[in-house]
Write a protein that binds this ligand. Sequence first.
Ligand code: GUN
Length: 295
Amino acid sequence: MEIIDGKALSEKIKDDIKLEVDTLRDDYKQVPHLAAVLVGDNPASKAYVRNKVRSCEKVGFESTLIQKDSTITEEELLDIVRDLNENDDVDGFIVQLPLPKHIDEHKITLAIDPEKDVDGFHPVNFGKMTQGLDSFLPATPLGILKMLESYKIETEGKNCVVVGRSNIVGTPMSILLSRKAYPGNATVTITHSRTRDLRAILKTADIVIAAIGIPNFISGDMLKEGCVVIDVGINRVDDETRLKGYRLVGDVEFDSAKEVASYITPVPGGVGPMTVTALLLNTLKSTKKKLNLTE
Ligand code: GUN
């Protein structure tokens, strides 16, 4: 069994990004600029956004964090999005989800200029992805593709079971893995809360993408010998022995799954760091597009 080290791979990719940023700075007097909008005080969202901003600094990007109270109105948030759309200095931006209940997430996503939608959530980018056209791919799926590629994991003709159908991970992942490409060309099954006999389906899986958001939902006895496990879950569970009072676990029970899997991503240190790095890749892509440097 080999552990897929998302942290090490993300550091390697960030080193490459940094070199490109140095060139952009030297040749064009410009560096990529990512803005992040954070609404409210959801602790996980705060941690994710902090991580994104810190990663920007590491690779030499400019970053802007716009923090707003959860009482912000939908119209006020739409104004922020419109300002960022218009701001030529900003190459890409994200609005961290989830948003407070009184704000319609779809309305916000639709308001983002697809050219700056480095999360790849806008239907224009999502539609392009579906048709295999060039677009911003959602960060977590893009990060997973990079991991599969880097570890030279074969996907062609494999049975891939995606657990979870979110717009952010499960659904785009199922589309990407069935595309005529590498990684891709897999036979994909997408499963969710209404799926009957998930156990039987998982037993057919050569590759499992777990993105359901339930701690330790999948155990080793549910998996096929030799399968590849990509664990997208980042769940906080109480742990009095930890300074913070909690620890992070995935959607897969790591200790039992690692006995069965051929490759497995740990939590933390697997998909999480790759998501942030993929967002940086999308932002760099946006800057290069602006400078007409796309290959
Ligand atoms: N919430 C959970 N994951 C993400 C993400 O990748 N982007 C944004 N904007 N919000 C999220």
